[in-house]
Design a protein around this ligand. Structure first.
Ligand SMILES: NC(=O)c1ccc[n+]([C@@H]2O[C@H](COP(=O)([O-])OP(=O)(O)OC[C@H]3O[C@@H](n4cnc5c(N)ncnc54)[C@H](OP(=O)(O)O)[C@@H]3O)[C@@H](O)[C@H]2O)c1
Length: 338
């Protein structure tokens, strides 16, 4: 049994990791305010506000075998490292593929892909529109390597994280949409690449990495697949036979104000190509070789769908509205048959 400190643990990935660590018999402490949610049963919440630079200092007593930090805030990371770096065996930082400078080139790997510069001095956190998000994570990555040392730190650059407790309107949009049936607007080309990681697979890899003291910088995302494979996999996981997909050209979608990725009028996991061709087409062979195990998509879909039906109020209802989708499909068919 190890003593594991999760800096976070009250929502999505942090909570999945804490839950799994408890299930594996570890002693789990989560340090957070507790405003995002509760920690899993069996984990202990230490209520702290990391805006206070000294908030984590008392946790240094006793030490930890491993720390996992999910922060996006540079000052929060700095304070945590000041308080704890000398009192832990292994430090994992959940970073993001948003650190990369080039989103256009497919097939890049964490080992040598260029990253953004750190944010300008005085910027300690992303703004509400997520400006400076990647840059802040770059700064946090550097701090972790400097303070903990490259041989005791694991930088895990997560891709899109999906699965139960994902309250975003991204992967859940496709689960909801395929489950609803009828003619489904599929954006772009069937061969377009998509990439994501199941929250439990990522949590499991982070925990294993703490156990084996994996060090280095990796992308934490699953192997790339085509959008056709993804939509077929979502349908299969839901038990929907032969979904009726209509593939609509990206320029047509843009001309009709359908937006990319996330939010109102957006089609999730869809980005403009070739400009964003590198975003969901990263080479993750190093992560797979270093222990990331990826479950079948159908399992992720079933778990997501069952969580969504048990917690209908927890998922943001973004994406393309059904009436807008039907109108766009109608125009698309009219143009094609004209
Ligand atoms: N979701 C994705 O698709 C995606 C993709 C790529 C990378 N990532 C990265 O993956 C990680 C996801 O982490 P997550 O799912 O656990 O969610 P998260 O939203 O990053 O969780 C933030 C955690 O920090 C705590 N926190 C925030 N402000 C605090 C404060 N002032 N003092 C103490 N604690 C504070 C929150 O708890 P309280 O609010 O209860 O304090 C919460 O547990 C992040 O690092 C994110 O950048 C996510």
């Amino acid at each position: 049994m190890a003593r594991i400190l999760v800096l976070g643990g009250t929502r999505f990935l942090g909570r999945a990791l804490a839950r799994l660590a408890v299930a594996r018999g570890h002693e789990v402490v989560c340090a957070a305010r507790g405003v995002s949610g509760a920690v899993p049963e069996g984990a202990r919440l230490v209520s702290v506000d990391r805006d206070d630079p000294a908030a984590l200092t008392p946790l240094a007593r006793g030490g930890f075998d491993a720390v996992v930090d999910v922060t996006r805030q540079v000052d929060h990371a700095r304070h945590a490292l000041d308080a704890l770096a000398d009192h832990v065996g292994h430090w994992s930082l959940v970073s993001t593929v948003s650190v990369y400078a080039d989103n256009t080139t497919p097939g890049q790997s964490a080992a040598d892909a260029p990253v953004l510069p750190p944010p300008p001095s005085g910027v300690e956190a992303p703004d509400p529109d997520f400006r400076w998000y990647g840059e802040c994570k770059v700064a946090i990555e550097r701090l972790v390597r400097e303070r903990v040392g490259a041989d005791r730190s694991f930088i895990c650059r997560a891709g899109l994280i999906v699965g139960p407790e994902d309250s975003s309107d991204r992967f859940p949009y496709w689960v909801r949409r395929l489950a609803a049936g009828g003619e489904v607007l599929a954006p772009g080309e069937p061969t377009d690449r998509v990439q994501f990681v199941d929250v439990e697979d990522l949590a499991s890899w982070l925990l294993n990495a703490a156990g084996t003291r994996l060090s280095g910088t990796y992308d934490g995302t699953g192997p790339t697949m085509s959008r056709a494979e993804m939509l077929a996999g979502v349908a299969a996981g839901l038990g929907v036979a032969d979904p009726r997909l209509t593939w609509v050209d990206q320029d047509f979608l843009h001309a009709h104000d359908v937006r990319e990725w996330s939010g109102e009028r957006a089609l999730p996991l869809w980005v403009r190509l070739p400009e964003s061709a590198g975003l969901m087409d990263r080479d993750v062979s190093a992560a797979l070789a270093a222990g990331l195990v990826v479950r079948p998509l159908a399992d992720t879909v079933r778990a997501t769908a069952s969580w969504m039906s048990a917690h209908p109020g927890d998922v943001r209802q973004g994406g393309l509205d059904p009436a807008d989708e039907a109108a766009i499909l109608g125009t698309w068919h009219a143009v094609r048959t004209a």
